[in-house]
Design a binder for this molecule. Structure first.
Ligand code: BDR
Ligand code: CA
Length: 305
C-alpha cells in the first residue's frame, strides 16, 4: 500500500479528496495534518475530525500552523462557507484522534519511523510542509515525493495569476520548490477540468451515505454553483497518486513569484527552459477528463465500509 500523509484545510473539495484516499484499498493514510487555508485552523481541524468520525476511520490528526509564514491570512469562506464545510450537519466530533503534538513534529515522527518512504499529499497552503523541510531536513531522505494541488500554468483563482494555495503562503511554496525533494504540481488548470456536473452530483447523492453527505456540501460549494459544475481540485492530487496514467506530465523548473507588480503568488513554470535552471518538479500539463470523471465517480461509489 502507498504510505501517505495528507496535509489539508477542509474545505469541501478537501473533504472529497480525504474520503477517496481513506477508502482506497491501495492507500494507507498514516497521518492527517491541518493547516490554516480555506478557513481558520480551528475550523479546518474540527472539519477533519468531523469527517473521520462520519467515515468511521481512525487516523491520527495533528494541528499545524494557524497562519502563513509571512503574509496576513486570507479567507475562502465565500467558496466553502463560513465554517469551511457548510451544508451538512455533522455530529460534534470527540478529540479522540487529535494528537497533542504539533503537525510538523507529528510529520517528522511518522516519516522517520516509517519502513517505507512516505508520500506527502498537500491540498492546502504549503506552510506546514515548508516548516517540516526547514526544521527537520533529516526527513527528506524518507519522503518519496510531495504531490500537491496548487499553482497554475495560466490564470489564477485568488489573484490574476495566483492560485489560492500558493497565494495564501507564497514564501512557504518557495521553500518547498527550493527543497530538492521530488515535487509533483497538480495545478489549477487540471482542477478546472476535474469538473463534476449537476447530473454527476445527482448520481453521487444516490450512491451511499457519504455521497448523500457530499451532495449537501456540493449544494453550498462555490456559492451554490452545482448547476454549472463544481471543480474537484484537491481530488486531482489523489488521482495523481493512484492513477498517474490519467495525466500528461513534464519535468521542469518551477519557482514562485514573491515580489511581482501584479504576479505575487504566481508559479513560474519554465516549460521552455528560458531560465536555464535544472528541473525541480514534475508538472501536470493535462488530464484525461473523461477518465478522471469515471475514476472519481467509481471512487465515491467505493466509499462504503
Ligand atoms: C485550492 O484552494 C482551495 O480553495 C481548495 O480547497 C483547493 O485546495 C484550489 O485553488
Ligand atoms: Ca484545499
Amino acid at each position: 500500500k502507498k504510505q501517505i500523509i495528507i496535509d489539508t484545510d477542509p474545505g469541501i473539495d478537501d473533504a472529497v479528496a480525504l474520503a477517496i484516499a481513506l477508502y482506497s484499498d491501495e492507500v494507507e493514510v498514516k497521518l492527517i495534518t491541518t493547516v490554516a487555508g480555506n478557513v481558520g485552523l480551528e475550523y479546518v481541524t474540527q472539519n477533519t475530525l468531523k469527517l473521520l468520525q462520519f467515515f468511521n476511520k481512525d487516523v491520527p490528526v495533528a494541528k499545524g500552523l494557524d497562519a502563513p509564514l509571512i503574509k496576513e491570512i486570507i479567507n475562502a469562506g465565500a467558496i466553502h462557507g463560513e465554517t469551511g464545510m457548510e451544508g451538512y450537519t455533522f455530529e460534534e466530533p470527540t478529540d479522540r484522534l487529535l494528537l497533542k503534538e504539533h503537525a510538523v513534529n507529528a510529520m517528522r515522527e511518522t516519516i522517520l519511523t516509517s519502513q517505507e518512504p512516505i508520500t506527502i499529499i498537500g491540498i492546502g497552503p504549503l506552510t506546514n510542509i515548508a516548516m517540516l523541510l526547514k526544521m527537520y531536513p533529516e526527513t527528506q531522505s524518507n519522503i518519496k515525493e510531495i504531490i500537491f494541488m496548487g499553482g497554475s500554468l495560466t490564470r489564477g483563482n485568488s489573484g490574476v495569476m495566483s492560485e489560492y494555495n500558493i497565494d495564501f503562503d507564497p514564501e512557504a511554496a518557495k521553500i518547498v520548490f527550493d527543497s530538492g525533494v521530488p515535487i509533483v504540481m497538480v495545478g489549477l488548470d487540471l482542477g478546472l477540468k476535474a469538473l463534476i456536473l449537476l447530473e454527476d452530483s445527482m448520481k453521487i447523492k444516490e450512491m451511499n451515505k457519504i455521497g448523500d453527505m457530499f451532495y449537501h456540501l456540493f449544494k453550498r460549494y462555490r456559492g451554490g454553483s452545482m448547476h454549472t459544475g463544481l471543480t474537484m481540485y484537491d481530488s486531482t492530487a489523489i488521482a495523481y497518486l493512484l492513477r498517474p496514467d490519467l495525466f500528461e506530465v513534464v519535468e521542469t523548473f518551477i519557482d514562485v513569484e514573491l515580489n511581482g507588480t501584479y504576479t505575487t503568488g504566481a508559479t513560474i513554470v519554465d516549460l521552455k527552459g528560458f531560465l536555464k535552471k535544472e528541473a525541480n518538479a514534475t508538472v501536470c500539463l493535462d488530464i484525461n477528463q473523461e477518465a478522471f470523471k469515471k475514476w472519481f465517480l467509481t471512487s465515491i461509489e467505493h466509499c462504503t465500509e
